[in-house]
Design a binder for this molecule. Structure first.
Ligand code: SER
Length: 318
């Protein structure tokens, strides 16, 4: 049985990934790692063990790994793209100094490590349509720089030391539990909250700007399926393109309007977010993930929209 540590367990992905891992592997086998000020609450706190696990404090991580006999680490500590532009040194400290601490401990304690990369690892010189698995990665954001470095360091620790590192390039993740904070793709989450509350939405991204997006259940499934995959079949490791849907603001707006015909959206383009969005792929080619470990998404824009509106309505309109 696996013994898993989720670092960043109270964040957008971590809060749902921890619960999903507990369902699959047993609650006692999944430790919710957190930093002071972001302690687990409610079901996340009550359903299993938790430990302080700050990536910038290797001694603390070492205690958590030894105490629980951890053999698998999901490392979700990161600043998202927009906030990383305002705190680039902190983004590097968490994303890369933190990753090195984890990789060194993984080498010592024989842990497998999942650290996500992102559509943000690509840049303006990357082919934007059906972005290949192996292509130009010259991002100009600190978020992107840390993600490319994450991919390289993770592959380095695999080839040099045999650490079982694996990763996917997440699209913008859409979820209805924990909101994202400070990303370029956040608008595609926010828009559902406005629609459900019956408020007008002001979109910071220009009409026609395509970005890859994914519904949380597919994102969780991708991470867990990759970590379960037969290593003999993996040609790539860090990191796999995964895709399920790609749309511009007008498409998500029109999809929501099928259910909420009075919903209104206007545009007030944020120049930083727009320039980041334009540097990212319009749509990634995920055929390597499909071939090497059987990646298959289940949600498209229409089915995600139904589920987002249902879940948020049940929660916000109680
Ligand atoms: N959702 C991230 C961001 O917008 C991209 O991976 O920063």
């Amino acid at each position: 049985m696996k013994k898993i540590l989720v670092i960043g367990s109270t964040g957008q992905i971590g809060s749902e990934l921890t619960m999903e891992l507990r369902k699959r592997y047993g609650s006692d086998n999944v430790v919710a790692g957190y930093i002071p000020g972001a302690e687990p609450k409610g079901e996340l706190r009550d359903s299993g063990p938790s430990e302080l696990a700050d990536v910038t404090r290797p001694d603390e991580l070492s205690v958590a790994i030894k105490k629980h006999g951890i053999d698998t680490v999901y490392n979700l500590a990161a600043l998202l793209s927009v906030v990383a532009e305002s705190k680039p040194l902190l983004a590097w400290k968490i994303g890369i100094d933190g990753l090195l601490n984890i990789l060194e401990l993984a080498r010592e304690h024989h842990c497998a490590v999942f650290t996500p990369s992102s559509i943000g690892s690509f840049g303006i010189s990357t082919p934007h349509w059906m972005t290949p698995q192996d292509t130009v990665q010259r991002p100009r954001t600190m978020y992107g720089v840390t993600k490319v470095t994450t991919e390289l360091l993770s592959d380095y620790y695999h080839t040099k030391y045999g650490v079982d590192t694996r990763s996917v390039r997440f699209p913008g993740i859409i979820s209805n539990v924990t909101p994202p904070g400070g990303g370029t793709t956040d608008y595609a989450v926010d828009i559902y909250y406005y629609a459900v509350r019956g408020e007008d939405f002001v979109c910071p991204i220009k009409e026609g700007t395509l970005m890859d997006m994914m519904y949380m259940p597919d994102a969780l499934n991708a991470a867990i399926t990759l970590m379960e995959a037969d290593p003999a079949k993996l040609v790539h490791r860090n990191s796999f393109n995964i895709a399920s849907m790609s749309f511009g603001p007008e498409e998500i707006y029109n999809e929501i309007r099928k259910h909420k015909p009075d919903f209104k959206m206007t545009y007030a383009v944020d120049p930083l977010k727009q320039s980041i969005a334009e540097s990212w792929p319009d749509r990634m080619d995920d055929s390597c993930a499909r071939d090497e470990w059987g990646w298959r998404p289940t949600y498209d824009l229409a089915s995600m929209t139904v589920d987002m509106l249902d879940k948020l309505s049940a929660r916000l309109l109680k």
